[in-house]
Ligand binder design. Sequence first.
Ligand SMILES: Nc1ncnc2c1ncn2[C@@H]1O[C@H](COP(=O)(O)OP(=O)(O)OP(=O)(O)O)[C@@H](O)[C@H]1O
Ligand SMILES: N[C@@H](CCO)C(=O)O
Length: 327
Amino acid sequence: MAVFTAVSQAEIELWLQDYDLGSITDFRGIASGIENSNFFLTTERDGVTHQYVLTIFERLTFEQLPFYLYFMQHLHAAGIAVPAPMQARDGAILRQLKGKPATIVTRLPGASDLTPGPLHCAQVGEMLARMHLAGVDYDRHQPNLRSLPWWEETVPQVLPFIDADKQALLQAELAHQQRFFGSADYAALPAGPCHCDLFRDNVLFQATADGGSRLGGFFDFYFAGVDKWLFDLAVCVNDWCIDLPTGRLDDVRMDAMLQAYAAVRPLGDAERRHWADMLRAAALRFWISRLWDFYLPRDAHMLQPHDPAHFERILRARINIPSVLHV
Ligand SMILES: Nc1ncnc2c1ncn2[C@@H]1O[C@H](COP(=O)(O)OP(=O)(O)OP(=O)(O)O)[C@@H](O)[C@H]1O
Ligand SMILES: N[C@@H](CCO)C(=O)O
């Protein structure tokens, strides 16, 4: 049960007096999630039911959170389907509960689909491109905190735990990425605020009457940061458009996602030329973080670290693919 900070309905009722969200009709902890304490909150105001998610942040601080929360607010205002942070009466979207930072956001409709098809991938690609364009005029700045400097700092920490073959791959790939990140082509790639962690479990879909699925929205923006847009797209393709057991790309799903993305924001020549490098960068990012979570768990909250071998397989499978993308 991923509620690390217990809170009673009476405590929430008191806390909600500083908001204008109506009276509580339901309040329950959310079992999934490994980072924060999350609760579904239902209220009634003027005879209308409203659904929210209350999050008590267990790791992120008051100083770190405004970038993420105002990014969500900015995207929501631009018509992108993401949770909207609610303002308290004093206008604050981040407050304190049980001594920790806490926020209330709108609950998105739907459920995650962990076996996506081309139509799911196309919808994600299209909204990802719209999200990138909508982020252009977001006025706060924070780099992706899980990019090259973090990889350079973390790789030496995990190397002692893995065998020689994995060590060689990890070091060779880090060197490859250092060269790529240092290139003029890399510097010229378009960038902006990115989600940076848009996996299948961070997107919701609603069933439609004709048996299809409609995108409900993106959530979990707490790894967001400014990065190359192509990196965000590569993170998505490495999760949404693969055969999970082998990590190999599924061309049908990948084409669906890339075509839908490019229909909104066409890819440039340098982006197409460096597609394989970016898929490798996206695989390396999660291989390193999973190794780090697996061998150097920071606290008891890491209930079930994800399998690092999955992203090692993905990286190996990306090293020999054709470099140039034809979209
Ligand atoms: N705004 C939202 N709308 C609908 N459902 C949400 C929303 N936010 C969270 N959820 C639900 O709560 C669950 C847990 O949230 P989340 O995955 O963000 O957990 P976490 O512990 O904060 O982060 P992590 O994904 O790193 O474990 C999600 O799987 C989803 O079902
Ligand atoms: N999406 C990450 C977990 C952290 O959000 C992973 O699968 O490793």
